[in-house]
Design a binder for this molecule. Structure first.
Ligand code: ZN
Length: 167
C-alpha cells in the first residue's frame, strides 16, 4: 500500500496521499499516526518508522468541497438508500419537504426520496400539518461519499473512517 488516508482533526476523511507525504506530515509534526502497517517500515540513518496507513492532522483544515455535490434525483435516491423519507417504503420519486409552492428551496436539505403514496398524500402540505415526521433529516452528502469514488484501492485500516467502504 503506497498511500495513506488523511483525516481532519475532527476525524473526517480528507483524502489519500502517498506514504512519503504522510511521513513528512508526521515528521514535521503536522499530523499524528492513527494506524500503521504491521510489516512495512521506513528506515533511514536516523529513523525507523512504521509505514502509516491512517494519519490525522493536528489542526483542523476547512475544506470547501460542499458546494461540489450537485443535487440530482439519482444522488438523493442513493443518499436515502432508495427508501421513502417519511414511511421507509421503497421510493421512486423526490419530494420537497417544504413544498416549492410554499417557499421551499431545491437544495439537498429540503429534498428527500419519497414513495408514490406519500408523495400523493403530501401535496402542498407541510410535514407538521400532516403529523408526519422525517425519518432522517436530509443533508448534503459531504466528504466521504465523494471520497469513496476516488479512493481506488482501499486499505482495511481506512474503513472505520470512511462510511460506505468495506474492509
Ligand atoms: Zn412513503
Amino acid at each position: 500500500m503506497a498511500s495513506a488516508l488523511v483525516l481532519n482533526a475532527t476525524y473526517e476523511p480528507l483524502g489519500v496521499v502517498p506514504v512519503r507525504r504522510a511521513v513528512t506530515l508526521l515528521l514535521v509534526g503536522k499530523a499524528v499516526p492513527l494506524h500503521s502497517s504491521d510489516r512495512a517500515r521506513i528506515r533511514s540513518a536516523s529513523l525507523a518508522l512504521a509505514v502509516p496507513t491512517v494519519i490525522r492532522l493536528r489542526r483542523y483544515v476547512k475544506v470547501p468541497y460542499r458546494a461540489a455535490v450537485p443535487l440530482t434525483r439519482h444522488g438523493v435516491l442513493r443518499r436515502d438508500r432508495g427508501t421513502c423519507g417519511y414511511c421507509g417504503e421503497k421510493a421512486s420519486t423526490l419530494d420537497h419537504v417544504v413544498p416549492r409552492s410554499r417557499g421551499g428551496r431545491h437544495v439537498w436539505e429540503n429534498v428527500v426520496a419519497c414513495c408514490m403514496r406519500c408523495n400523493g398524500h403530501k401535496g402542498n402540505a407541510l410535514v407538521e400539518e400532516l403529523g408526519w415526521r422525517l425519518r432522517v433529516p436530509p443533508v448534503m452528502p459531504v466528504g466521504p461519499h465523494v471520497l469513496v469514488a476516488r479512493l481506488g484501492e482501499v486499505h482495511p485500516d481506512w474503513a472505520p473512517y470512511v462510511p460506505g467502504v468495506a474492509a
